[in-house]
Design a protein around this ligand. Sequence first.
Ligand code: ZN
Length: 510
Amino acid sequence: MTLTNPALSPAYPELTRRLADLSAIEEAIGILQWDQEIVMPPGAADARARQIATLAVLHHERLTHPRHLELLSTLQGDGGGLDDVARANVREAARDHRRASRIPPDLVRAWGEATVKAHEIWVDARKHADFERFRPMLEHLVELAQRRAAAIDPHRTSYDVLLDEFEPGMPMARLDTVFAPLRDFLVPFIAQVKTATDLPDVGWLHTPVPVDLQREAGEAIVRAMGYDFHYGRLDVAVHPFCGGAGPTDVRITTRYKETHFTGSLMAMVHETGHALYEQGRNRDLGDQPVSRPRSYGIHESQSLLWEKQVGQGAPFWTWHFPRLQERYAFLRGLDFETFLFGLNRVDFGNFIRVDADELTYPLHVILRYEIERDLFSGKLAVRDLPEAWNAKMQAYLGITPPDARLGVLQDVHWSSGSFGYFPSYTLGAMYAAQFWRAALRDVPGIPDGLATGDVGPLVGWLRTHVHRPGSRWETDELVRRATGEALEPAHFIDYLRAKYTRLYRLPAGV
Ligand code: ZN
């Protein structure tokens, strides 16, 4: 693929230069944010906020510049001269422009100020488990988000516009049809899994392991998964994330807890899944929107596929368990089945989404989705959130949080104005199950490869069907080309039913 095809309109090279400049600014912001989390001295916080804000203003000015719109308009009207990749690039660039240019400057400023203040207020409210401290600010943020959505698209409901930012093409009407069957399966299924008895002991999970040893073992696994340290690095963060600056600078982080070595290990596997997506982007177009990861949900599918389908499965550990036993003496007496059960165990008493296991996690997400949906439709008021939250926790998971810190105040998302983000986590889990199924169908040798330490067949499939296409196609088309059909919740449900029926030795036909 080349950007200098003479058949292309002369407006196109000019647009791609402008888009490359925008990418450079985004990447610089990415490095400043990474630095802020990982190495910045605390005293530099104000200066850093100013630096990032200035770059964001420059980015907004360039993105909304009249020349930028002129080029987009010319090229959108000039479809005949562009090839498929260029057309997709223009489509993505036009979407960025539309979302940025429609929000009036006073609203951009009000949004920026409110979200900075809201974070501090939320931290304080969570510390005191006092929702009332956060309520007035949350009401303000919901109102601002509604105004923002109305500015971007007055013809759609505000929550649909907000959802579109994270998962284009997945409005409420469709989310309802994919989440409802999952919820209706999970609630009774989890209640049944909960009754299982005579299960393997998981006390070994909390055996202390020195942090140095954990880092060595984790790095070996990250490397074995195909992560390229020439284009990346691994550091420690309070909340693990994958950041950096484009496909040649992909930085992952984890956190270590001596008495929970599998926590840091699985966080590394998860972030490496994100990183392989970034490192696998089409580098020839690495500074163009068309090479970008398709959506938050598709990004999460890449981390979850490695963490769950691969990293909690028997083939992967057939290779890695003996190697881990060489490093960790206490694992030498543990049998393989007990080890696998520990990695996959369900924690029925857990209130916190980020700590949730694979089986209960979707209900944490569906709860938040239903609450946000009702909040933005006016069915639910902010003051009623704690009660609505607890009622759903009881109905879905059979537990009621003892206070707001373990309930409605636990997530950072609302304080940063990220309404509509949560569904991406569970969409990611659904896409992961569907991709995994298709990959095994296309390349039956994937499990044998994993069992002998060869990730090549799996990485190859992901590169071809997900990483390199990037944003070339819209999500449904990407998923259809990779798996033969659009998102189908039955694949995730079947996967969970089979896996946990086996692990918890439930009678067949549950
Ligand atoms: Zn993730």
